[in-house]
Design a protein around this ligand. Sequence first.
Ligand code: ADP
Ligand code: ASP
Ligand code: MG
Length: 789
Amino acid sequence: MGKLAVGVLGATGAVGQRFVQLLADHPWFEVVELAASDRSAGKPYREACTWRLGTPMPESVAARVVKTCDEKFESRILFSGLDSSVAGEVETALANKGHAVVSNSRNHRMDPDVPLLIPEVNPDHLDALAVQRKRTGGGYIVTNPNCSVVGLAMALAPLQRSFGLSEVAVATLQALSGAGYPGVASMEIADNVIPYIGGGEEEKIETEPLRILGTFAGGTFADAPFRISASVHRVAVTDGHTMAVFVRLKTKATAAQAVEAIASFRGEPQERKLPTAPRRPIHVRPRRRDGGERGPRAHGQALRPEAGGPRPQHHPRRGRSRHPQRGAAQGPGPAAVIVMKFGGTSVGSPERIRALAERVRERLARSPVVVVSALSKVTDSLVRGAQLALARDSDYESVVYEVLDRHHRAIHDLVPPGPAQERLLSHLDATIGELRALYTGVYHLAELTARTLDAISGIGERLSYEMVAAALDAAGIPAQGVDARGVIVTDETFGRAMPLLDETRVAAARMVQPLIDARTVPVLPGFVGSTRKGVATTLGRGGSDWSAAVVGAALDAEEIQIWTDVDGMMTVDPRLVPSARVIPEVSFDEAAELAYFGAKVLHPATIKPAVERGIPVRILNSLNPSAPGTLIAGRLGGDERGEPRAIAFKKGIAVILIAQPRMLMAYGFVARVFEVFDRHRTPVDLIATSEVSISLTVDHPEAVPAVEDELARLGEVEVLRGMAIVSVVGRGFCRHPGLAARVFQTLREVNVVMISFGASDVNFSFVVAEADAERAVRLLHHEFFEERR
Ligand code: ADP
Ligand code: ASP
Ligand code: MG
């Protein structure tokens, strides 16, 4: 399709020039007509216009001859940057001639059938066009709000939707650009703040948002039912207005809830991915009082230093801004970040850490935030040490030594002698001292609570992240460690704590975002967090992936990258079946099933924060960085031929069988059984039922004895331990015949204990004895992935 021809009215003025600039490379529109006052008419645009914008005048319009606004226009769509002294009449006349006029002027904003539009906030107000077009006979006017109102109404919209608004007080600090060219006299503004700047600004701010946040129904607009009081000041800032807004909400909300509502706000332009829509309409930034680099100009330089680029410490503007109050960015917001998580093998040795630094360096332009695991096998060692101490075996001391020695050597290899190395070594000493004290406590008490184990097992990450940050710095990449115990806030389920996203988001804005703004790479330990009271927790084994996703969600990352030791998510664990193949793309749902049922390459909980925010997750190989990896994104798509996509398995499963012949024809049995699991907070994976019996699986064997005792009151209980779940994952299983037959034909010589099929369209699972699991998996992989015809 060709582009739509459009015209710009008032094309030589400040707003007209901005229209010309923004439309220059627009994929849908092409500026073919330019109109201005009689004075400019007849001249080529390049002569008629004193171009004042930072980018050059677009070539495509420079030679076009400017016409007057009364002439005939070929373009149906006209963008009006006319001054309000003439806009009123001209725009009415053009709408009456059938044109669609998009106006920046205030004249028609409050007309009873003219939409005052912020596409993110009130696209439904376009319904008013039907009324307007009856009046004009086909043409219409759509207006945009006063420049302060755009930001204000946009920020109020999510608060109004989530909590309701009853009162708003706003003070604006408006930049010089808002006064047009040449604007305010220098003798008036230098060293000054001018209150009450005139032009009806206060009134516009007090009325326009009410229209925008109000409704259009039954052919008329109704204002939003709250009051705004505004005071407007001019300050000596070139571009970008700042506003201090105080709101009274109808429903009480915490600061974190308010931040969450604002930060997660999206509108129709984002959903439709309109070409010039910002990916995030609102950016929430931490409060800073130190005059750091926050102003619009600083954001305009959002390009990050590339390899070998200037180090932020030497950035000329850093720490020198004289405008601490510079705020709301007018230009593009700060670049979105990517989260790069490196697993145990990817930080397992100094060479691997140096390679990690290169992966980060290649992506500096995308503002990476790094999350790291403990060095490979360190978490296992830490847990083993705890078990030794619990068993009153003083050999835990060899674990302490092993961990100390490994980090000691890595630090010497990675960081040259000097203050940075000394700092790291003393951090290592202090942390190892803590570990020894914890082990000694466990040894003497012969008691190991989940809480203590969390304090112990998280030590690996607490050692690795500081080291990786220092190694990045030593490689010329400015980086700083941020202890995730101050960022990831969790509940108190020690051993598998659940991150609390609202609190984490606030902490990330405070602890992580300022580093990103200062172009320093934040490096966080994965796996660890802390409760609201500050007690250390962990997210469960393999939990660093989850940390990465939580950090990604909290910072609204554009992508979460999981760097590991395989080429991506594969058709089966490549350690078991070397002929496993990489799956280039999977949906969130498929990845969730695979991860949950044993594809260890990703912690299953990782998917949730990513899905909720629509953040794609990419699995990449740090040993083979040029491999494209696996992209996890989107919902289940069209290609669902009922073919398996991968096979996963999970060992250490217990099957619990409960039989109660008396329950024949009765009801309530299943409910009572599940109440028991609920009380013990024990998740159930697979279920099979008959009239009088239920079989189910759990993968927390430690919970089984307690559950078993209670279940025994409901019926006869049998527990089969040492079982494994094998899962075939794909799409559209329930809608295509033949899968079950093929699976069981393949497994004809394997004893299948339990089957679950039909609960989900993407998963077909069954239980076999652990000893049979690997054979079953190999047979199935052979059948579905190696024999494809
Ligand atoms: P990291 O330390 O990077 O978090 P993990 O050891 O937790 O790495 O996960 C990577 C491992 O997951 C791989 O080495 C592989 O053996 C295993 N794995 C299991 N199932 C799969 C699968 N379907 N695809 C890829 N890897 C898998
Ligand atoms: N180091 C932790 C573990 O081994 C967390 C992780 O690596 O994801 O479980
Ligand atoms: Mg892992």
